[in-house]
Design a protein around this ligand. Structure first.
Ligand code: FAD
Ligand code: DLZ
Ligand code: SF4
Length: 516
């Protein structure tokens, strides 16, 4: 008897995903397909490909163990059409279901494709209905965010976050935030003293399934960035939960204090390393926030750490997703600062004399990971100051990080890092000179450049690029109160000094080191 064909995409690996809600074990089939189109729409880092394909295979196996009929198409299946739509159509021919059920995808590109499935089925099969369900794994459904945004003048994250705290009750007491404050960010910007010991992070040994995928990725995608060796991200819900426990036990208590710090040889510091699992669906945001809140209730972690962490998940993550859907497809072509420079080749190799960029990029290539401040204040900040084309920067962030999906990558890159959206995500560009990097890291001590110098032979490029940025955009940014200080300093600056810095900026950006 025909049943329902339930489609699960590679980042929908949650047992409670909406498409499986009313699964009938006797009649239904679940389609999962490894397809080249999804592996190559950007040339994802090898470790991201291993992560997604291995997690898909583990999830399929777990469903099968529960008695679910999983129709799993492997990448090297000779019949594979290598596109999601092609595989859905082939599966409809195989199963002749009554209907097709999917969960809304995370990216506009895929959503547009799935919206066309109905018409394709009408042409080629028995005219089955395609039902697309809301993705209930987020705290805030897309429609709820659009409603919240509709009649508001200001869509700032802080207002959204407070609303989410009230609605979901984390760290609340009688309708008010515990500790009498919504936000402890002011306590979370400390630089890291040398004496602080950085805890280790768990490694997840590849099993036979992952090892097979590692070989497949090495063979099929040899020209993608990164090595298919030394893979150790969690690929199952159980492993992801172990990673979360390890974070809550060993790093959450200090997460707040050192959230913005950077240190040579310590790519993970006190960060959670859960975005890869969370974005695939191996972890649910509710269990993460509950675990963090429990750590505070038990007195294991202080409020500034727990509030800061919950804000990232309940606030920022949900907020950027809402803004993505509110502003797509227009978001993808925003370029408020009219930036057109090509991405320097060192973004792909880490070969630059600027130690901060070298550290952030070599870590990225090695692990398909960098923490938030490296992404925002090192690679993002340089791209902002240098005026790199947002399309190229967007593509780089999509390629290099194992947790990158457009719904979360684009608002962070075009919005937060590049201000290409003109202020939809953040209220000002996160432009910073070498002084900030020196305060928050130990990178400058081992750098060929002098962070205290802005015009001399060894002047730190971030210093002259910073002032060149403000001089270039002075008129465009003039009305922004949050930039009043740098703009006033610029106005008062000695003309000859500014000219010298701008000359240095132009020469540096044209130099061999910044060649695309
Ligand atoms: P932690 O620092 O321990 O934070 C905990 C969790 O909070 C993260 O796992 C993540 O789920 C959430 N979170 C924190 N900050 C953000 C944020 N700004 N937006 C959304 N969620 C957040 N995150 C992605 O998941 N995918 C991306 O493609 C991505 N691209 C980024 C690009 C740029 C330019 C910038 C500045 C940030 C980007 N981020 C992205 C946000 C953030 O850097 C990562 O979520 C974080 O570094 C993941 O590591 P972690 O799990 O150790 O995070
Ligand atoms: C990211 C990714 C990759 C690399 N491969 C697949 C795949 O082979 N099959 C699949 O169903 N999904 C894959 N994905 C995830 C999709 O690209 C993802 O569903 C969209 O990016 C929407 O978020
Ligand atoms: Fe980066 Fe400048 Fe510091 Fe070198 S001196 S690490 S370029 S900020």
């Amino acid at each position: 008897m025909p049943g329902t064909l339930r489609v699960i995409l590679g980042d929908q690996l949650s047992p409670g995903i909406a498409a499986l809600a009313d699964l009938d074990l006797e009649r239904d089939a679940v389609l999962m397909a490894e397809v080249r189109a999804e592996c190559t729409y950007v040339k994802h880092h090898a470790k991201k490909l291993i992560l997604v394909l291995s997690a898909m295979r583990h999830f399929a196996r777990a469903l099968q163990a529960r008695g679910v009929r999983v129709d799993y198409v492997r990448l090297d299946d000779p019949e594979n059409t290598q596109s999601l739509r092609g595989e859905m159509l082939r599966a409809v021919q195989r199963h002749r279901p009554e209907r097709v059920v999917a969960t809304e995808p995370g990216e506009w590109r895929v959503a547009e494709d799935i919206r066309r499935w109905q018409a394709c089925l009408a042409d080629e099969a028995d005219g089955q209905e395609v039902e697309i369900r809301d993705d209930t794994r987020f705290f805030c459904r897309i429609q709820e965010f659009l409603t919240w945004a509709r009649d508001r003048k200001s869509l700032r994250m802080e207002f959204f976050y407070r609303e989410m705290r009230r609605r979901h009750g984390y760290l609340m007491e009688g309708g008010a935030p515990v500790g009498g404050q919504w936000n402890f960010d002011a306590e979370n910007r400390k630089s890291l003293p040398k004496t602080v010991r950085v805890p280790g992070t768990p490694a997840f040994e590849p099993d036979a399934i992952t090892r097979e995928v590692m070989a497949l990725v090495a063979q099929e995608f040899p020209d993608h960035l990164g090595s298919a060796e030394d893979f150790s991200w969690p690929v199952t819900g159980a492993e992801a939960r172990r990673a979360l426990d390890d974070f809550v036990t060993h790093r959450l208590p200090q997460f707040g204090d050192w959230q913005d710090a950077m240190k040579t040889g310590a790519p993970f510091l006190f960060h959670a390393l859960i975005s890869t699992s969370l974005n695939l669906g191996l972890l649910d945001p509710r269990e993460i926030c509950a675990a963090a809140e429990m750590a505070w209730l038990k007195g294991h972690a202080p409020l500034n750490a727990v509030e800061g962490f919950i804000r990232q998940i309940l606030g920022w993550r949900e907020y950027v997703r809402g803004l993505y859907w509110l502003h797509m497809p227009g978001f993808a072509s925003t370029n408020f600062l009219e930036a057109t420079r090509e991405l320097p080749a060192f973004y792909w190799t880490g070969e630059t004399r600027m130690n901060c960029l070298r550290q952030a990029i070599t870590g990225t290539i090695a692990h398909a990971y960098a923490h938030h401040i490296q992404r925002l204040m090192i690679t993002g900040n340089f791209a902002l100051l240098a005026g790199i084309d947002p399309d190229e920067v967007d593509e780089w962030y999509m390629v290099v990080y194992a947790d990158a999906y457009e719904w979360v990558e684009m608002p962070n890159t075009r919005g937060m890092a590049l201000f290409a959206d003109g202020g939809l995500v953040g209220s000002k560009p996160y432009a910073a000179s070498g002084a900030y990097i020196n305060r928050m890291s130990d990178y400058c001590k081992a750098c060929a450049y002098d962070v205290k110098d802005a015009v001399g032979e060894r002047a730190c490029p971030f210093n002259y690029l910073y002032w060149d940025f403000f001089a270039r955009h002075e008129k465009r940014l003039a009305g922004n109160i949050r930039l009043a200080m740098p703009l006033r300093t610029l106005e008062r600056m000695d003309g000859a000094k500014l000219k010298a810095m701008r000359r240095k900026a132009a020469a540096f950006l044209e130099s061999e080191q910044c060649k695309p």
